[in-house]
Design a protein around this ligand. Structure first.
Ligand code: PLP
Length: 405
């Protein structure tokens, strides 16, 4: 009787756990600032809403093919051609319940027990746990260059006989860093020549600032998509801020799409039809929604950097994309979990400890919310960590005295 060993071994998602705790505090009427959440506040694009509404109105909401609705796959093909200049057919696409399930389907399909996956730190919290869930071994590589960047040489050194895949996420959650074109190209070409899968999590690919672009990994994959080792993960969650629709996808060789489809069929069948129809509407609609979101996040990035610069001992790498940054608070507290808990308990600010992303001493701050939240959140953090800041903090009617520094 009792839960499996695997259950004991897998960590809870710290971000979702914090979100639940924050929701409970808010329900109790607490004045909370949320710098933890990974979703923008925008409404879904009109094209998505109209498409979904039309389908709901005609009442024909049924199962779809396991690997995704043909109309959505066509929209994904067109989008992939536009953005990555690569033609991909429906046999190269698997649509899943969010990029999260897309990634899990990949791991289920390529990992045998004991196989290793090289994961670049800082990494998205779910990667190591998902790899462990399929009895694989995450091999975490710390950045060897400044600004959370990796050199191809250092990553290649961590590749061994058991390495099945290298997992790359750029623009990166949690740091906001975009890896160089040179690095991405070197990794894809290395994967192709050594028969190692390169999983490119491209979920933030358009949220890049200052007139730059994220390197399009797919352009470096070999011509014949049946032979490529590049597996491209994407979705509408971050691109259009459609997190709740839960639609993501993988572009991969057809033998892997078939393998992943088998797992998906036996677990969740198809992603919700309404959500697929909505995603199709978003992809086929104008991309001004994405551009609006990108500009807003760029502005928010500038605001959070300015606010953070007021905290004397905090160092931060300027994010080149996403809606996160990963400032270094180790001069104030090297234990990021204790710090995040103190910030929530005492200052009512939600942050995520860097330890969850393989980067102890740091905090992940999301600037996907409002400017007001960003300013208020950093004001409270400043008060909570800096012994030179005024002793008291006013939150609404309450005046709180700092008694731990
Ligand atoms: N990959 C990264 C790097 C993410 O940050 C997230 C969500 O936070 C996902 C994948 C999951 O995306 P989805 O919500 O589409 O499952």
């Amino acid at each position: 009787m009792g839960v499996s060993r695997l259950t004991e071994e897998i960590a809870e998602s710290p971000t979702l756990k914090l979100n639940d705790r924050a929701r409970a505090l808010r329900d109790q009427g607490e004045n909370l600032v949320h710098l933890g959440i990974g979703e923008p506040k925008n409404a879904a694009p009109l094209g998505a809403l109209l498409n979904a509404a039309a389908r709901l109105t005609d009442g024909c909401v049924k199962y779809t093919p396991t690997s995704g609705l043909p109309a959505l796959k066509s929209a994904i093909s067109r989008y992939t051609l536009d953005y990555y200049q690569r033609e991909v057919g429906p046999e190269h696409i698997l649509v899943s319940n969010g990029a999260k399930q897309a990634l899990y389907n990949i791991f289920l399909s390529i990992i045998d027990p004991g196989d290793e996956v090289v994961v670049l730190a800082p990494y998205w919290v779910s990667y190591p746990e998902m790899i462990k869930m399929v009895h694989g071994v995450p091999v975490v590589v710390q950045p060897d260059l400044d600004g959370f960047q990796h050199s191809a040489e250092a990553v290649k050194k961590r590749v061994g006989k058991k390495t099945k895949a290298i997992l790359i996420n750029s623009p990166n959650n949690p740091s906001g860093v975009v890896y160089s074109d040179e690095f991405v190209r070197a990794m894809v070409e290395f994967g192709e020549s050594h028969g190692i899968y390169v999983i490119m999590d491209d979920i933030y690919h358009r949220l890049v600032f200052d007139g730059n672009e994220a390197p399009g990994a797919l352009q470096y994959a070999q011509e014949d998509l049946e032979k490529t080792h590049l597996l491209l993960v994407n979705g509408v969650s971050k691109l259009f801020g459609m997190t709740g629709f839960r639609i993501g996808w993988v572009v991969a060789p057809s033998y892997l799409v078939k393998a992943m489809t088998k797992f998906q069929a036996q677990t969740t069948s198809n992603p919700s039809m309404i959500s697929q129809v909505a995603a199709e509407g978003a992809l086929n609609g104008p991309l001004d929604v994405v551009e609006g979101l990108r500009l807003q996040m760029q502005n928010n990035r500038n605001v959070i950097l300015t606010e953070l610069s007021a905290i004397p001992e905090v160092k931060v790498v300027k994010p080149a994309g996403t809606f996160y940054c990963l400032p270094d608070f180790s001069a104030y507290d090297p234990d990021s979990t204790a710090l995040a808990e103190r910030l929530l308990d005492k200052a009512r600010v939600v942050t995520v400890p860097g330890a969850a992303f393989g980067m102890e001493g740091h905090l992940r701050l999301s600037y996907a919310g409002t400017i007001r939240d960003i300013r208020e959140g950093i004001r409270r953090i400043h008060w909570a960590v800096d012994p030179k800041a005024p002793k008291t903090l006013r939150i609404g009617e309450k005046e709180i005295v700092r008694d731990w520094l």
